[in-house]
Design a protein. Structure first.
Length: 154
């Protein structure tokens, strides 16, 4: 399901497709709201667990028409299939491994950070607890990954 799409400064073009894999409704809402207020035209797709994330990425039912994401924001603490397992599957799949994956999680454990990079995460961010800091972190993700970085074509 596409949650939103908007043009930046009236400029139309292909929007950036973002897959948000987040089971916490408050964190998901805040992330979506912050990205909606941003300068970059994007479509945000929300899935709430790892199994659904892989179905989306592989265009399996009910996601047969899902677009290929340009960027994945992935929580580690997910039901049914955790974020580490999702990351491992993405990076082992030749059709998916070039999609940048930003780990966005509450864990600041060195082992989680190490394991995520071992599995070829492109970035690891510990979610700030304070609301303003959380919003700032999402804005910085948008600024870096959607403005500065050149994302690979599908």
């Amino acid at each position: 399901m596409v949650l939103r799409e908007h043009a930046v400064n009236g400029v139309m073009g292909r929007p950036i497709e973002i897959l948000l894999v987040e089971d916490n409704p408050d964190d998901a809402s805040l992330t979506i709201e912050t990205l909606q207020e941003g300068r970059i035209r994007n479509n945000i797709h929300l899935v709430e667990d790892g199994v659904e994330a892989m179905a989306f990425l592989r265009q399996a039912p009910p996601h047969q028409t899902a677009p290929r994401p340009d960027l994945i924001l992935l929580d580690l603490q997910l039901p049914r299939m955790n974020g580490r397992e999702v990351l491992a599957e993405i990076k082992c799949d030749s059709r998916l491994k070039r999609i940048p994956v930003v780990i966005m999680t509450t864990s600041s454990a060195e082992q989680d950070i190490f394991n995520s990079y071992q599995l070829h995460a492109n970035c690891y961010i510990t979610k700030p607890v304070e609301l303003d800091d959380f919003i700032l972190a999402v804005r910085k993700i948008e600024d870096f990954w959607l403005t500065i970085v050149k994302l690979p074509a599908a």
